[in-house]
Design a protein around this ligand. Structure first.
Ligand code: XUL
Length: 516
């Protein structure tokens, strides 16, 4: 029996899945929701509300408290961690944690009689962590780009133009606005490498999948890019952990977890990656050929690539693929954010987004278009100050539901051409993928069948699969065991639907241009 544990620290929750890698069985799963389970942090969606000028920060102590709570809860529910052979994880991308030099030493002497928060809190030089939703660093992006010769150079080196939510511009902003705290900072971790370090009981490297989301790593060399690091902030080179391949084994788990939760001293820790790279693995899409759409707080579209292609419009990204090579990633900020806004506006249930609900309106919604950008959108980069409709008529709840879904996926189609792939099927994941109505709209807009996985939570599953792969379990075996579509879960496109969306696509594209 090879038990592997996968953790996923996402925007709104920390989840765990325990897999029997050989038998293909999910042994246990659990989750801590930051808002519901840790209300004392007052971050009901996983971040502080009301940030000014696009600032969105979360409390890095809330994340570690969630780790103690999750493992304690699983243990009290009867999960026996003593047979776990390897653990790895997945983190929301781009978010960063700022710590004193003593962090590494503190981790090496954690006392299982105390909590993680009690012991780690004093190491923070910045009480909050900017996360991927933060859009407050346009000035810093421009400064970094200009220092290295323009955004073409940033993109050619790092796989993305200088992007507000990426870690480089966030670090630069911190160094400018809080120079003393920046000077006190000995190490800057990503969400992924922060958790991985805590589990390993020492500072561990940032992996190439998540490292590529910082505008600091050179995609070709797989190491920090000296020019970008220098252009970002003074003395940054000494504050960054090394970069390493994603399958790096970071040694046995810290004795804190052995003593407190009953892990074996031989349980190996594997460095963490970002949630999208982990999802690529969980979806069985590690080799080029599959296109994945993940429907979460943000919606993302990604695929493995053998060459690091970049988006000429600057919206999409090239990241490292955790099993080698590259992956593309396009992120749409207004994912469940926009779906939830419509649901809440009309006081609906999710059933309104199911097939029966959608049957109340015709495919194509009589030509109604919507720009569902409640928050400034990332792809394309546009701030419409809220949703915009192509009609002044008040929409019914049913028309609004159809408008948000159709136009979210038209927007995806409008922006994924640079990948140069014509998908023949789409693998769909993320919370909303379980909804047949939403999956039907994806199938119709792209005109291809949509498959869904047997197991929910592809980032968490992918993290556990990465742990197994790093200790020698064959990736094909893991994919066969965990990345299969659920029987009866495939949704075929409806007759004639694709043709309607083909006609709407140029109109949608025009509508966006008219709002720029
Ligand atoms: C990707 C991105 C988001 C976060 C969500 O670039 O910003 O998908 O990773 O957790």
């Amino acid at each position: 029996m090879s038990l592997v544990l996968g953790l996923d620290s996402s925007t709104q929750s920390l989840s765990a899945v325990l897999l029997d890698a050989d038998q293909g069985v999910v042994v246990a799963e659990d989750s801590v929701n930051f808002g519901d389970d840790l209300p004392q942090y007052q971050q009901s969606h996983g971040y502080a509300e009301g940030g000014v000028r696009g600032e969105i920060h979360a409390n890095p102590m809330m994340w570690v408290e969630a780790l103690d709570l999750l493992l304690a809860r699983m243990k009290s529910n009867g999960v026996d961690f003593s047979s776990v052979v390897a653990v790895s994880g997945s983190g929301q991308q781009h978010g960063s944690v700022y710590l004193r030099s003593c962090f590494g030493e503190k981790l090496s002497e954690l006392d299982s009689a105390q909590s993680l928060v009690e012991q780690i809190e004093g190491c923070l030089t910045r009480k909050s962590s900017p996360i991927w939703m933060d859009s407050s660093t346009s000035a810093e992006c421009a400064e970094i780009a200009s220092a290295v010769g323009g955004n073409e150079v940033v993109c050619a080196k790092s796989g993305s133009i200088a992007v507000e939510r990426f870690t480089g511009s966030q670090i630069r902003k911190f160094s400018k606005t809080e120079p003393e705290a920046y000077a006190e900072t000995g190490v800057i971790h990503l969400v992924s490498s922060y958790f991985a370090s805590i589990l390993a009981g020492r500072n561990v490297p940032i992996d190439r999948g998540d490292g590529a989301g910082m505008n600091l790593m050179n995609l070709s060399s797989g190491d920090w890019d000296e020019d970008l690091v220098e252009a970002t902030a003074d003395g940054l080179k000494d504050k960054l952990p090394p970069v390493a391949p994603s399958n790096t084994n970071s040694g046995p788990i810290s004795s804190y977890f052995v003593q407190k939760y009953g892990f074996s001293e031989n349980c190996q820790t594997v460095i963490w990656s970002g949630d999208n790279p982990c999802s690529l693995i969980g979806m069985g899409a590690a080799k080029p050929g599959k296109v994945v759409i993940s429907l979460g707080t943000s919606d993302t579209l990604f695929a493995a690539m053998s060459e690091p292609k970049t988006d000429p419009n600057g919206y999409g990204h090239a990241f490292g693929n955790p099993v080698g090579g590259y992956m593309s990633l396009i992120c749409f900020k207004n994912g469940s954010l926009a779906r939830e806004a419509i649901k809440d506006q009309f006081n609906l249930e999710w059933s309104a987004f199911e097939k029966d609900g959608l049957a109340q309106t015709p495919i194509g919604n009589d030509g109604i278009l919507m720009l569902p950008f409640y928050e400034p959108e990332i792809t394309p980069r546009i701030d419409t100050g809220g949703p915009v409709f192509s009609t002044n008529n008040e929409l019914t709840p049913e028309q609004s539901v159809r408008a948000v879904l159709e136009c979210q996926f038209l927007n995806m189609r409008n922006n994924f051409g640079w990948l140069g792939v014509e998908p023949t099927r789409i693998s769909l994941t993320g919370g909303a993928s379980a909804n047949d109505g939403i999956a039907q709209v994806v199938a119709n807009v792209f005109g291809v069948p949509v498959d869904r996985l047997d197991v929910p939570g592809s980032a968490t599953i992918g993290a556990a699969m990465r742990a197994g792969h790093a200790i020698g379990i064959d990736l094909d075996v893991l994919e066969n065991n965990f990345s299969q579509s659920k029987e009866g879960s495939t949704i075929e496109p409806e007759e004639g639907a694709f043709e309607i969306y083909q006609q709407m696509l140029p109109q949608f594209s025009q509508f966006i241009l008219s709002q720029h």
